[in-house]
Design a protein around this ligand. Structure first.
Ligand code: 4GN
Length: 262
């Protein structure tokens, strides 16, 4: 996987991605991270890359020419025209499925906007995908680009040490991860669940699946509609739902959201 990040703040991206797992993967040659400074493509003598918006209004807009020229120069070097992802609150909300799809590409270009955004004509000309990391506004597209690069990179074969596929399956399965424990066996009076010390692999696997189902019901019930459960696991889920419905006190207003129990 080769990432190309078009930005006015290249250090922000390279500093952020040169550490930990992603940095190690880059050092190993499993992926490459190239930043392109859009400012290098200005033709103005003072190096301006932005100007006031036509029609008036606050702030500055990034000009079309340096953005398009940076991309065209990159395409010339690569001998191809990779997908261009533009990070914006107006985009489709990024998720694991989109990450899986993007991880199949050889090259990805991330175009990072700043200020009030980029001249629409540049976006029309080069952007292939409008993506958002959630319903909130940031000062630039760099952090969303780094979030997506981190997420996509752990899907690239060899980036994670452990046998990657199991790890990746978890969200694929639409279930949350089960809880993890490490030494000591007792911390501040709190015991590690007995089954994990038993060495009984089949029981551990069953317990972990049940914990995943329980957590998903408690924290992200919306995911369960898409989860792949065995008949036995469906029965367990029904038990949990009954348990939850019994525990819930319909007279307590803090416990009532007007919705039926999931
Ligand atoms: C993306 C970009 C939020 C997101 C952004 C997001 C920079 N904020 N939710 N801000 O993924 C004007 C220029 C706003 C680009 C954009």
């Amino acid at each position: 996987m080769n990432y190309h990040i078009l930005t006015l703040f290249p250090e922000m991206v390279s500093d952020g991605l040169n550490t930990s797992i992603i940095g190690r993967a880059a050092a190993k040659g499993l992926l490459s991270i190239e930043t392109v400074n859009i400012r290098d493509y200005t033709k103005e003598k003072h190096g301006h890359v932005d100007d006031a918006p036509y029609g008036g209004g606050a702030g500055m807009v990034m000009q079309a020419a340096p953005v398009c020229d940076a991309y065209e120069a990159l395409c010339g070097r690569l001998g191809k025209r990779p997908r261009v992802l533009y990070m914006t609150p107006q985009g489709k909300v990024f998720n694991q499925k989109i990450a899986q799809e993007l991880a199949q590409e050889e090259d990805l270009v991330f175009l990072c906007g700043h200020y009030e955004g980029i001249d629409e004509r540049a976006l029309e000309r080069i952007v292939t995908d409008y993506l958002s990391i959630g319903d909130y506004v940031l000062t630039g597209g760099e952090l969303p680009a780094m979030v997506m690069i981190d997420c996509i990179s752990r899907l690239v074969p060899g980036v994670l040490n452990n046998d990657a596929s199991a790890e990746i399956e978890s969200f694929h399965d639409n279930l949350l991860e089960y809880p993890q424990y490490t030494r000591p066996e007792v911390y501040e009076g709190m015991q590690v669940p007995e089954v994990l010390l038993s060495g009984h692999h089949k029981n551990i696997e069953t317990w972990r699946r049940q914990q995943s189902i329980r957590r998903t019901l408690e924290r992200r019930p919306d995911l369960l509609a898409e989860a792949n459960l065995t008949d036995k696991e469906r029965k367990y889920l029904e038990e949990l739902r009954r348990e939850l419905a019994e525990k819930r006190d319909p007279i307590d207003p803090s416990d009532e959201d007007g919705q039926d129990p999931v």
